[in-house]
Design a protein. Structure first.
Lengths: 119, 846
């Protein structure tokens, strides 16, 4: 069981991902934008942050950059649209450890768990 | 050389005068010198005589003193030492020339002791008769038959050394002593060095022999030789004493005294410069001498001139004579030379003038003969007196054919008939038509053809007769060229006209601006509207271009840059035209601009099409950008609901961990919403595509507006109540023709938006009809739209915030669709909004 922070502005998607990860007994905290993610990541100790890149107020890139600048060492995985490979590269540049694509795959939970284990 | 010789001969008078003058000057110089030298010599002789007399006198006095001593001894039987001293004292005091006076007795060897004893008795303790040994030392005299020692000497002081010295022991003294004894005459010695000498002076002695008659004896031959009265002299002191009274007059001659008793061995006794002893003898010196005889000796006194003496006594007039002579000679020569030269110059000048006159005449003739223009002279009656070769060539007549004939023959009518009258008129009134100037007339060739000429006539008065000189140039070629030039100008004109090129000419100095007709057309003005000034051009310039165009023009005038530019102008009617202008600046030789001549063409059409092309390109680029932006956004927007739907499927399909029935319901609701959202978006996309492709067709029919609005408001009632909002509607009841489905779509969109962005307050929907125009208005009290975003709010793919639409639902295409639908109905849509206060959409349909 892992503690996961999900930053996602689309409430439907957030609910879906939360459900899928909860069904694997993971504890999921949901925030709606990058700024909240930035604050929450520093207060709670998360095994993983799933970061949507396109969000209002503060997007995923900026939130990741700021966390890394603050010295945040934890695992951050970007959730990006698969068609935009440039977006994935940009996420890695911003400081994300890895990327997962939307729409999420059938084995999404397995891959999340693998990333946590590897880290 | 030859020339030099000629010159010399030509100037022989000058040369002779010069040579003769210089010769005479030299002779005069020589004579003057000679006279001056003689004057000096006379003066020298006079002074030398003085000196010689003085010396002779001194010697005579000295001999007189010795003579008186001799008298003393002759008169006395015995003269004591004291008596001698007393007697000589006076003489020694008054005659400083005498060094000492002595008594030298003749002593036989038998009396030697007696005399010695007597001397010792007189107080001379160590008196001995002495002589000098070969080593020069004083020793007692060797024994001989007789002695002549110095026995008495006065003054004693400074002469002690002489006491006792036997004068016969010294050769020079002995010779004189013997001679005096033999001749019984006073005898002087040759020069000797005195025993008592402390300086370098030479001295001499005078022996005065004393013979005494024995008592009672009368025969003068029977006398006894007693000894000598002796005078001791230093020559320098003697001479000094001799010349003392006249010393000033001797200066500054140099004197020498030489003993010439023995002619073969002259002995220099003294050399004395009376004034400046160290002064070297000048190269030019004169010497004169006098012989002095005394005491059986002969002396020569010589005087030698010194430069100072010559300077004192010799005049310098001979130089003056020379200088004056040379100066006068030169002046005279110069005067004669000038006279000679002037004569020669005048004759040369005459020759030159004659030559110049000849060549001038030749020149005049050759000018007339070689002039390209024809030269013809006529007398006052019009008869030809000169007909130049060019005239022969021009008119075809030979000289013989025209000389003496009237000039009319060279003119066609009407000039021919008018000529006499003209000539007469000129003579009577003095009025000029051609004379003094020139003009174009027509000439006639011998063969009868006429040709244009330029005739210039000058008037000359020679020997009271009038002569008219006509200069004629053939203008045939020039006229031809002029015509050719005119043709070219016309062609250029035509080209400018057909190319619609305006030509302008700006006088930089006066500010005057000249435009041709086409320039006026280019500026859309009439001739009378254009004042012809630089300011007029400035005023016509487009305000945005005037500063630049004027700057460029000034740069061209200052020589900085060529004038080749484009600018806009405004016609009086406000029309904007683009012109392209080029110009050439004409400068004077100081690089100051004088004129500017240029052309202008209208390039408005060219500019407009250029602008249109540019705009089209920009629009296309913008459309492309918008299209790719649209694709980006839509892919994201469509993907989000799909993500939800696809993401739930594995949960539903999972048999091992089936979700609870409640969870399934929730999943189904989410999937439903997502599906609906996806569908709405696809519909919107289809609509916009249809509209943009022009495939949207309105199905027009009669619509009652009140029920339509009520129905739409009804739709949102539930949603509004949940947000505690109220929807007011203020709608008149009327009918109009439109597409009900699309109108409903517009209303749903706008009211839906208002509801989404309003959290407190209310929403008001109103519709009214005025004439044929129906105005709808949807106002809310929502968050409003930022002012910067308002202009773009109806753009197809514009969204305030990428994600904000998703948060509130909708595709982001709604307003764009509304605008297009309104426009399809022949109306328009506007928005006003204050951020944080509310937004109002107003649209009309007709």
């Amino acid at each position: 069981m892992a503690k996961i922070l999900l930053a996602e502005d689309d409430s439907f998607i957030a609910r879906m991902i939360t459900l899928r990860l909860t069904m694997r007994d993971h504890q999921v905290e949901h925030v709606e934008n990058g700024l909240e993610a930035f604050k929450e990541a520093q207060t709670g100790s998360y095994d993983l942050i799933l970061m949507d890149m396109h969000m209002p107020v503060m997007d995923g890139h900026e939130a990741t950059k700021k966390l890394r600048e603050k010295g945040y060492q934890g695992l951050i995985v970007a959730v990006t649209a698969s068609v935009m490979s440039a977006d994935s590269e940009k996420a890695i540049m911003s400081g994300c450890n890895d990327t997962l694509t939307k729409p999420i795959e059938v084995d999404f939970e397995d891959r999340v768990e693998a990333l946590i284990t590897e880290a | 050389m030859k020339k030099w010789l000629q010159e010399f001969i030509a100037h022989w008078v000058s040369w002779s005068v010069l040579i003769a003058g210089l010769l005479m000057s030299y002779i005069g110089f020589q004579v003057a010198s000679e006279l001056e030298v003689r004057a000096v010599q006379i003066e020298q002789n006079r002074i030398t005589d003085l000196a010689s007399n003085a010396l002779t006198k001194e010697l005579e006095i000295s001999q007189g003193v010795l003579s008186s001593i001799s008298g003393l001894f002759l008169a006395s039987s015995f003269v004591s030492r004291d008596g001698f001293a007393l007697f000589t004292k006076q003489a020694l005091t008054s005659h400083t020339a005498i060094q000492a006076l002595e008594w030298v007795p003749h002593i036989r060897d038998s009396d030697r002791e007696t005399y010695r004893n007597r001397a010792i008795q007189d107080g001379i303790q160590d008196y001995v008769i002495k002589e000098r040994n070969p080593l020069g030392k004083m020793t007692p005299a060797t024994e001989r038959s007789e002695y002549f020692p110095v026995y008495y000497v006065e003054p004693v002081i400074s002469n002690e050394a002489a006491l006792g010295f036997d004068l016969a022991s010294n050769e020079k003294r002995q010779v004189s002593l013997e001679k005096a004894r033999q001749t019984r005459q006073p005898q002087a010695t040759a020069s000797i060095t005195l025993l008592q000498e402390k300086e370098q002076q030479k001295g001499f002695l005078i022996f005065h022999p004393i013979f005494k008659l024995a008592e009672g004896e009368t025969d003068p031959q029977q006398t006894n030789f007693q000894g000598f009265a002796l005078g001791v002299f230093r020559i320098g002191d003697l001479f000094e004493a001799a010349i003392k009274p006249i010393k000033k007059r001797l200066a500054p001659l140099q004197f020498e005294i030489t003993d010439v008793t023995n002619q073969n061995q002259p002995d220099l006794l003294l050399r004395q410069s009376t004034e400046v002893p160290t002064e070297p003898l000048a190269s030019q010196t004169w010497r004169t001498s006098r012989l002095i005889h005394f005491a059986n000796r002969s002396w020569k006194l010589s005087s030698i001139t010194t430069p100072k003496f010559i300077a004192q006594h010799k005049e310098k007039n001979h130089w003056f004579v020379l200088a004056t002579g040379i100066t006068l000679t030169l002046l005279l020569t110069a005067y004669i030379h000038t006279l000679t030269r002037r004569t020669s110059i005048i004759s040369q000048l005459v020759e030159q003038r004659t030559q110049a006159l000849q060549s001038s005449e030749q020149l005049n003739r050759s000018i007339v003969e070689n002039a390209v223009d024809a030269v013809i002279t006529i007398d006052e009656k019009g008869n030809i007196s000169l007909f130049s070769p060019a005239a022969i060539k021009m008119f075809g007549y030979s000289g013989e054919e025209v000389i003496g004939q009237n000039v009319m023959m060279l003119m066609p009518e009407p000039y021919r008939s008018e000529h006499d009258g003209y000539l007469l008129h000129h003579k009577q009134t003095g009025e000029n038509q051609i004379i003094g100037s020139g003009r174009e007339v027509v000439g006639q060739h011998k063969d009868g053809h006429t040709f244009p000429i330029h005739l210039a006539v000058g008037e000359a008065h020679i020997d009271n007769k009038i002569l008219y000189v006509g200069t004629i140039s053939d203008l045939t070629e020039i006229k031809k060229n002029e015509q050719a030039l005119l043709d070219v100008k016309n062609r250029l004109d035509l080209a400018a006209r057909s190319g619609n090129i305006g030509v302008w000419d700006y006088d930089v100095i006066t500010g005057e601006l000249v435009w041709d007709e086409r320039m006026l057309a280019l500026y859309g003005v009439e001739r009378e509207q254009f004042p012809g000034t630089f300011e007029a051009w400035l005023q016509a310039l487009h305000p945005d271009d005037s500063v630049r165009a004027e700057t460029e023009l000034n740069e061209a005038i200052n020589g900085g840059a060529p004038f080749d530019t484009e600018f806009r102008i405004l016609w009086p009617n406000g029309q904007e035209r683009h012109l392209h202008a080029t110009a050439t600046v004409l400068f004077d030789n100081k690089k100051r601009a004088l004129r500017m001549i240029g052309t202008k063409i209208d390039i408005t059409q060219h500019k407009l099409s250029e602008k249109a092309q540019c705009e089209a390109r920009e629009t296309a680029e913008k459309a492309n950008q918008q299209k790719s932006a649209f694709l980006n956004i839509m892919s994201h927007e469509l993907r989000s609901p799909l993500t939800v739907i696809l993401g739930y499927l594995p949960v539903l399909k999972n048999r091992k961990q089936a979700p609870s029935p409640e969870l399934v319901t929730q999943i189904a609701d989410d999937m439903d919403s997502s599906g609906q959202h996806l569908l709405a978006m696809i519909n919107d996309l289809l609509d916009i595509s249809k509209i943009e492709a022009g495939q949207m067709e309105l199905k027009l029919k009669e619509i009652r507006i009140q029920p339509l609005i009520f129905e739409v408001v009804q739709r949102f009632e539930h949603q509004a109540q949940q947000k505690y909002l109220h929807i007011h509607s203020n709608v008149e009841d009327f009918k109009f023709k439109g597409d009900e489905l699309r109108l409903r779509q517009i209303l749903i969109n706008l009211i839906g938006n208002a509801l989404k962005f309003t959290h407190t307050g209310s929403i008001t929907v109103s519709a009214c009809k005025k004439d044929d125009c129906i105005t709808f208005q949807i106002s809310d009290t929502g968050i409003g739209i930022p002012e910067a975003e308002l202009p773009f709010i109806f753009d197809t793919f514009r969204q305030i915030d990428d994600s904000s639409t998703r948060k509130v639902g909708g595709s982001g295409l709604g307003l764009a669709i509304c605008k297009k639908l309104v426009e399809l109905h022949g109306g328009s849509i506007q928005v006003t909004s204050t951020h944080g206060v509310g937004t109002t959409f107003t649209f009309t349909v007709s």
